[in-house]
Design a protein around this ligand. Structure first.
Ligand SMILES: [Zn+2]
Length: 126
């Protein structure tokens, strides 16, 4: 739960930064496996609430461009596009490197296996 609150605070800070800089949208990495029935409604509602409480900051849309792909599908797409995935972050902890043991890291490791892509991430717990 603590990690979730930290992530929400980080998103709010980023959203405020985006709004103050005139950036019209934020794209988040939610995938098909993470989406629930009401996720789109939640994202829109959250954006409306933020805009209600902070009307002086330009509205920022929240989008999830990978919503139609599974996590392993995103890894396949990124790998085939030449993205160095060891430089991406999934961990829910705040350590200097990814822990390799939290639910997000376990899902990441599983997705690499499912995608058939070698995971070169430097984990605290390989
Ligand atoms: Zn982790």
């Amino acid at each position: 739960m603590r990690g979730g609150c930290a992530r929400i605070r980080a998103r709010l800070i980023f959203r405020n930064f985006a709004g103050s800089k005139g950036i019209p949208k934020i794209q988040i990495g939610l995938t098909k496996d993470q989406f629930r029935t009401n996720t789109h409604k939640f994202m829109k509602t959250a954006g409306n609430i933020l805009n209600f409480f902070e009307p002086t900051i330009a509205p920022v849309a929240v989008e999830a461009p990978f919503a139609g792909l599974t996590k392993s599908g995103v890894i396949k797409l990124a790998d085939s596009s030449g993205v160095d995935l060891k430089d991406t972050w999934s961990c829910g902890m705040n350590g200097p490197i990814q822990c390799g043991a939290c639910p997000s890291c376990v899902a990441r490791k599983t997705a690499f296996v499912d995608a058939g892509v070698v995971d070169t991430t430097n984990y605290e717990n390989p």
